[in-house]
Write a protein that binds this ligand. Structure first.
Ligand code: PLP
Length: 403
């Protein structure tokens, strides 16, 4: 009915971007807003990383679709040091892991199983680039991984109806819940994926922000190496989301070869390559020089302290909160307070609650519905401004000071 052309498949503006716009509107009205909706650390770029980007700024030529040899070698080293032996030929870079995930979903086609709740973009990407998302609930307390038993049921049922299911996405550690699935659950998921011939996409963008550094991230690439793609980026642990650079680690063998060819085909027609200066800086970042390792470690500790404090406050207020183990989110569920919120504030849904927080308190958060979840849950970024000084630099300094 509209006058503008309409594609067959459309999705609304990503909720994470929409919250930014709502907050910008409040700011224009002169309201001081605390932005806890968007998924970024709010820390400054490390000066050494900024210097590397400047050093790469004279790179103006088109490069290979998969990315520069230097970046692929550095990313291979990064994964190999984490117990996932990687050859540079297995690495493909792109303008953000979001773009790589889109390319992978498009390459897979078919329906894509995603955990509920999960990162806002998986379902939208599956709608845009493949045959839609098949939502499967996670085991209690283990966000980011579809329950293996429910996954098997859902896929068998869908296939029984003649639908094609091609892959399953996991997030380790998880956004939005901040939890990290157990090794046992991931191993079981890998068995089911192998039995049902599903490709696993393991989104490990928060891997370096697991609160307890002795805790191993149970990557499916260790248990189902022949069918697991891993993605990551500089966006979260190095607070460089605006740089738009990410990397994927494809499996070796026939599944990996097909996927790699298809992903490079998609990439060659959409982005040509990741921006060359960003690749140069990312090669430096993935080589993990001590100054960046130290920064990541400090920000990891910062998020752990704030997540713990925020969780305790929400629990004291009567909300249910999954114990955060990584990333920089907490995901309180206000279901136990449903009646009181309705009676005192007219709040019936998580979206109502999000609206109240922005209008009344100037706090921007995201409702659980944005993650395909419960009406009464919301995701809050655990900004260090909740506990420490005015600027993120001051907060980093505060943590560096011994107690
Ligand atoms: N995956 C998850 C779970 C995320 O939270 C995000 C960022 O919000 C991304 C992927 C995308 O990151 P980028 O495209 O910046 O690499």
């Amino acid at each position: 009915t509209g006058s503008r052309p309409s594609g067959a498949r459309r999705v609304p503006l990503s909720p994470t971007l929409a919250i930014n716009e709502a907050m910008a509107r409040k700011r224009r009205e002169g309201v001081r807003v605390l932005p806890l909706g968007f998924g970024e650390a709010g820390l400054p770029i490390h000066p050494a990383l900024a210097r590397e980007l400047a050093a790469g700024s004279d790179r103006g030529a088109y490069g290979p679709v998969a990315g520069s040899a230097a970046l692929r070698a550095a990313a291979a080293g990064y994964w190999s040091r984490r117990g996932l032996p990687t050859e540079p030929g297995m690495v493909v870079s792109g303008p953000g892991s979001k773009a790589l995930l889109f390319g992978l979903v498009m390459s897979l086609g078919g329906e894509i199983v995603i955990p509920t709740p999960s990162w806002v973009s998986y379902a939208a990407q599956a709608t845009l680039a493949a045959e839609g998302a098949l939502q499967v609930a996670t085991p209690p307390g283990e966000g980011g991984v579809p329950s293996p038993a429910l996954l098997a049921d859902a896929v068998v049922r869908a296939r029984g109806q003649g639908r094609r299911v091609a892959g399953v996405v996991v997030t380790l550690p998880d956004n939005p819940t901040g939890t990290l699935a157990s090794e046992q659950t991931v191993r079981r998921l890998c068995e089911v994926a192998r039995e049902l011939d599903l490709v696993i996409i393991s989104d490990e963008i928060y891997r370096d922000l697991v609160h307890d550094p002795s805790r191993q991230v149970p990557s499916p690439a260790a248990y189902a190496p022949e069918r697991t793609v891993v993605t990551t980026a500089l966006s979260k642990h190095l607070a460089a989301g605006g740089w738009r650079i990410g990397v994927a680690r494809l499996p070796e063998g026939p599944i990996g070869e097909t996927l790699r060819a298809d992903l490079l085909g998609v990439g060659s027609e959409i982005w040509s390559s990741a921006p060359a200066p960003m690749q140069h800086a990312a090669a430096y970042a993935f080589s993990e020089p001590p100054e960046l390792v130290e920064r990541v470690d400090r920000s990891r500790r910062l998020h752990a302290v704030v997540a713990g404090a925020v969780t305790a406050r929400f629990e004291a207020a009567g909300a249910r909160v999954p114990s955060p183990e990584g990333a920089f989110y907490v995901y309180p569920d206000f279901e136990p307070l449903r009646e009181r919120l309705a009676a005192d504030h007219g709040v019936r849904t998580g979206a109502d609650l999000t609206g109240l927080l922005l209008e009344r308190y100037g706090v921007g958060v995201l409702p659980g519905v944005a993650f395909g979840d419960d009406e009464q849950a919301l995701r809050m970024r655990v900004s260090s401004s909740l506990l420490y000084g005015e600027t993120e630099e001051q907060r980093l300094a505060a943590l560096a000071t011994p107690d």
